[in-house]
Design a protein around this ligand. Structure first.
Ligand SMILES: C[S@@+](CC[C@H](N)C(=O)[O-])C[C@H]1O[C@@H](n2cnc3c(N)ncnc32)[C@H](O)[C@@H]1O
Length: 273
């Protein structure tokens, strides 16, 4: 059984590597746009953005500006990647505590969706161990280059970097135990399609762990566009086939919501606002 799982994973990885090579050039060519800074004090410039433009040659729906009353933020540029590895992050976000709350176990197949330069990817790779696997998805090839460099330096072999698209993380179906979304969902220009794709990728009892800066808390020093309320997050996930399994309110700056598939949900009951 372990051998057949290894073969299945190896096949998935080979298919993903091929997809990655096929899709690299068009995505590199996508246009960029500027954003402002993330922090409220305006002192710490975090990023200018490279959000892929809409592809007019395919059937990809246009990028949303808003979803269910929330303004969608622009993508954080790879130029801001060092900020993701800042030493204060542990104090500001209690990253180790958050990882404990994921309840990862050796052998699990997990995904770091919107992985950036892999701050969490490598820590998850360690937690799921050699028998487990991490799919690390990002839409910026430059972020994946940085991730690969960090993987090589640390000798990590159980991670598959995947170049996703703005509406599809390109994950294998019904394979993943847990999808981690840290500070990325609020950037999705196609939230409904991304949530549908996540539902497909998850095993029946798989979960999505959503981490977003708390919009309800003015003491969290992040610009409002890069924060979300718990109410809004639950409304958006519920409209797309998820329900809250559990939540953890002990992090300094972020909400942590664990969603599972809602078996009562059908696509027609979803929201399309
Ligand atoms: C603010 S960074 C967070 C990175 C990482 N999760 C962390 O906490 O260190 C957001 C990342 O999500 C990526 N991203 C944005 N939209 C995405 C999408 N539709 N699919 C995959 N990645 C996406 C961006 O390119 C960026 O690298």
């Amino acid at each position: 059984m372990a051998a057949s799982r290894t073969v299945r994973l190896a096949t998935c990885c080979a298919q993903l590597a091929a997809a990655w090579l096929l899709t690299l050039s068009p995505l590199v060519a996508q246009s960029s746009r500027e954003t402002g800074e993330l922090f409220q004090d305006g002192k710490t410039a975090r990023a200018s953005s490279t959000a892929p433009a809409n592809d007019t040659k395919t059937s990809i729906p246009p990028a949303r500006q808003t979803y269910m009353g929330r303004r969608i933020a622009r993508t954080m540029s790879y130029k801001g990647a060092p900020w993701l590895l800042r030493t204060e992050r542990e104090k500001e976000e209690a990253c180790s505590r958050m990882l404990q709350e994921l309840r990862l176990e050796p052998g699990m197949v997990v995904c770091d969706l919107g992985c950036g330069n892999g701050f969490y990817t490598l820590r998850m790779a360690d937690l799921v161990g050699r028998k487990g696997h991490v799919f690390a998805v990002d839409i910026q090839p430059q972020m994946l280059v940085l991730l690969r460099q960090r993987m090589e330096t640390k000798g990590v072999t159980n991670v598959s970097p995947i170049l996703g698209s703005i509406h599809d993380p390109r994950l294998p179906a019904q394979t993943v135990d847990l999808i981690l979304l840290v500070d990325v969902y609020h950037e999705f220009s196609h939230p409904e399609l991304m949530l549908q794709a996540m539902r497909r990728a998850l095993k029946e009892d798989g979960v999505v762990a959503l981490l977003e800066y708390r919009a309800e808390d003015p003491m969290v020093p992040i610009k409002p566009l890069h924060k979300m309320t718990k109410k809004q997050a639950i409304a958006e996930f519920s409209a797309n086939g998820f329900r809250v399994r559990r939540q953890f309110d002990g992090l300094p700056w972020q909400h942590m919501l664990i969603f599972e598939k809602d078996p009562q949900w059908s696509p027609r009951s979803g929201s399309n606002r």
